[in-house]
Design a protein around this ligand. Structure first.
Ligand code: ZN
Length: 530
């Protein structure tokens, strides 16, 4: 008699039937005893994916190691990692072990502990530093479900995806932690058999404590948000005040700054950028604390990771766009402090609001962006990073062109909108509920996100047919409301469970929606197709 204690929530009978079907399939297709090469040939073939509505093997997860066949399968909406073999075995995974009709089998829950073990066996499931990689693309996934869709898009392009990418704000709003974020990605990478390598980004971190949490979880990329340590008041100080404050700085440092920047001309491409004496002083007062903190963080990262880390410097959470002269000052000072900068996120001209296209003068943006790209090229060739980078189709071609593909673009909530599109198509009733909850929660969400949607333009959901519901995901106003209210929606106990159930059930549709949407981004950025 079979008993799988870890599967309490499932009907044991139907689970056993499905389980036996999977074992039969393994037997009939002689999967046990096949070499990795033979398994790879099988993966390349069409079909052999979904066995039935109720259960399936993810064929790209077929791996063999020491006579043990590994794969992820889903039975009755429950995904597990399976270890199977003709001979009895021990494993370091936690999970029930049985012999069934001559096959030894272990059922492994997809939890954090087991993800660590999987990483030991299959190093390609561990995030890596992408410092040496030219084109990188951030795919934040707040749900822990979107990664296979991201992978399917990335597979087609010459790009390294950052598959785990969350800020503390997002973790709080979704009630997840970095360990979960990483282990969800680890199993998705295994499910899709994605061996190219990927990054993991502790996004918008502001303190050593938070950085440590991300590092402990195994995230090699840290996006250091300097907004709290930039002395923003300096921007409005009078000449007199700047001179007075600058005088208080230690002599050597004062002289060094004046010598390096005061009334100096910096050639950037065909442009000359001049920093006058007042601006040189202002820059130091404005950025000194931030630069020193960046140095502390960089030393900390080096100690922890050797050189296996990616430090992104983020100065994008400011009100005014980053002046090219300030960009020059900052990068020269970062280099002076021996800080390894993998990427830098300036604040660009115009608006990069969540979920919608670029707002602003395209020609202005082009000029501004080109200068920032040239500065990056001339000072160590770090990547220019574009935050809130989803759905900015008007400016992607310029980003691709002026950086010569040496860029990082971050997207986060756009896969959430695709999840809602999937729900609008597959579960209209649930969509209606989410839609209403999002509108109720909008005011509160505006405390965390800056968007300017005119919600009076959103059609009343009660007056719309089911077939028209997906259009809410195409209109700017509703996109923005739905984009920023994920916290309120997900934390509603009457929504959460059916939300996850629906996406689980229709995951293939969800993956394809993301794949399509993210592929459009990559195409428009001009990333080379493989
Ligand atoms: Zn940012």
């Amino acid at each position: 008699m079979l008993t799988f204690f870890i599967l309490e929530n499932l009907n044991k009978n139907t689970f056993e039937i499905a389980m036996l079907a999977i074992l039969n399939l393994i037997k009939n297709s002689n999967l046990l005893g096949k070499s990795q090469k033979e398994l790879n040939d099988l993966k390349a073939k069409k079909g052999f994916y979904i066995i039935s509505e109720d259960y399936k093997i993810y064929k790209n997860s077929l791996y063999v190691q020491n006579d043990i066949l590994f794969f992820i399968a889903k039975i009755k909406q429950k995904k597990l990692l399976y270890l199977t073999s003709k001979i009895s075995f021990n494993s370091d995974f936690k999970g029930e072990y049985q012999e069934l009709g001559g096959i030894f089998i272990q059922l492994v829950e997809l939890n954090h502990k087991n993800s660590k073990v999987l990483q030991k066996h299959f190093p390609f499931t561990s995030p890596i530093s992408l410092r040496e990689k030219k084109t990188t693309f951030g795919c934040g996934d707040r749900l822990g479900l979107a990664t296979p869709g991201h992978i399917r898009a990335a597979l087609k392009y010459d790009v390294y995806p950052v598959l785990a990418q969350q800020s503390i704000r997002e973790l709080n709003l979704t009630q997840r932690n970095y360990d979960q974020v990483i282990s969800d990605v680890v199993f998705s990478v295994f499910q899709e058999g994605f061996e190219r390598g990927f990054g993991a980004d502790g996004d918008h971190l502001k303190s050593i404590e938070d950085i440590n949490i991300a590092l402990e979880a195994g995230m090699p990329m840290i996006t250091l948000d300097l907004s709290d340590v930039i002395n923003i008041d300096t921007s409005s100080w009078s000449e007199e005040k700047i001179n007075n404050e600058f005088e208080k700085i230690e002599n050597n440092e004062k002289n060094r700054i004046l010598e390096a920047y005061s009334n100096k001309t910096f050639q950037v491409g065909k442009y000359n950028i001049v920093i006058d004496s007042l601006e040189a002083k202002r820059c130091l007062l404005l950025y000194q604390n931030a630069l020193n903190f960046a140095q502390t963080v960089d030393l900390h990262l080096r100690k922890h990771q050797n050189d296996k880390y990616d430090l992104e410097i983020s100065i994008d959470e400011t009100i005014t766009p980053t002046l090219p002269s300030h960009h020059i000052f900052i990068i020269k000072e970062l280099i002076h402090r021996n800080i390894s900068v993998t990427s830098l996120a300036p604040k660009f001209i115009g608006e990069f609001q969540k979920g919608i296209d670029y707002i602003g003068e395209i020609a202005e943006f082009e000029k501004h962006f080109k200068l920032h790209s040239e500065i990056a090229k001339e000072h160590g060739n770090y990547k220019i990073s574009v935050h809130s980078g989803s759905d900015k189709f008007k400016v992607y071609p310029m980003i691709g062109k002026y950086t010569h593909q040496n860029f990082h673009v971050k997207t986060a909530g756009t896969n959430w909108l695709e999840a809602l599109r999937c729900i609008a198509i597959c579960n209209p009733k649930l969509y209606r509920k989410i839609h209403k909850r999002a509108l109720e929660y909008y005011e509160e969400a505006l405390r965390y996100y800056h968007v300017t949607a005119d919600i009076s333009k959103i059609k009343n959901v009660d007056e719309v047919n089911d077939e028209e519901l997906p259009y809410y995901l195409d209109k700017n106003e509703s996109r923005q409301v739905l984009h920023i209210t994920y916290g309120g929606v997900l934390n509603d106990p009457t929504i959460k469970e059916s939300f996850y159930d629906t996406l689980n059930k229709y995951e293939e549709m969800y993956y394809e929606l993301i794949n399509n949407h993210i592929s459009k981004h990559m195409e428009s950025l001009g990333i080379k197709k493989l």
